[in-house]
Design a protein around this ligand. Sequence first.
Ligand code: MRU
Length: 362
Amino acid sequence: MTQQETRTLWWEGGLDGVCKMIEQTKLPGTLEIIDVTTQEEMWDAIKRLAVRGAPAIGVSAAIGTVLGIRSSAASDRAAFLEDLEATTDYLATSRPTAVNLFWGLDRMTRVAHATPADMSVPDLKQHLLDEAITIWNEDRAICRALGKHGHPLLAPGEAALTHCNAGGLATADYGTALAVFFAAQEAGKEFSVFADETRPLNQGSRLTAWELHNRGIDVTLICDNMAGQVMKEGRIHKVFVGSDRIAANGDACNKIGTYSVSVLAKAHGVPFYVVAPTSTFDMTLADGSLIPIEQRDPDEIRRGYSGINAPADVKVYNPAFDVTPHENIAGIVTEFGVIENPDTEKVRKHFIENGVIAEERV
Ligand code: MRU
């Protein structure tokens, strides 16, 4: 079974149903679908990267909220809203960097509070399930819009570099940065892709190479420390990456190593693009220095998912993300179009022009 024949995560059944998801830690060796039935299981799935990637985490937050509140014993609205807050507060502690997590939790909270005051608790629960499914459907549509706006940036015959996994596995389906490649393929364009391995957890080699290869896209895997040489050889014409959180000035946080790629791209005159939905912007943060960077288990570097890479007790520093300054970014592709040479003014204008001004995000 390939990923094309399944989905990253989805809901099956009614309110007593189940969240199904690909267990991403086992890819590419095993394609296993797991059941997630409680908020604790969803918290764990997010924490240990069974589900990962910013938009997929946002969808997981919404579904996790449903898993939490469906067993609420509250008999009135006020008690139910208290239970809802306990669930969203709990899920918010799973991972700190991808803003889509908090976006999903905020949206579920806002939607619950916006219901008529006389809505019954069972109806409130059903309403939140409907909203989670809406978020899932919206994510799929947004990814296709990202591909549509992004693929004209990749000219026929060009080769692109990508880092980490911003594909179908990082979203409900289809992807952000990889949507550019899927849309280019659907448009019949000839192109090729270099995928960085993306240490320490190898989302590039385990997930991106798998997705692109499955879809018949010409993909070449390289180690992270090879990107500079491959650019120097003139083999990379564009860089496309996703993002976990974009500040109001366009500084974009993504998987550790992305910043280095942006510096290399600048040095070699290679345009560097970020592809992300507007739900990945955090307009409350003026610049990228304010984005919280997740620190992860040292054993991810010492041992990874398989085997021994280093002495068991060697000291380790393991920041999971870094921030690319907006000066290194040629454009940010959103579901509404491209923000060229992004800065605070251009991001603000893009949001206003497209009606995003975010009672949602600001
Ligand atoms: O730690 P991960 O695997 O969740 O990191 C994911 C990334 O950094 C992705 O590039 C980012 O979320 C964009 S996903 C469309």
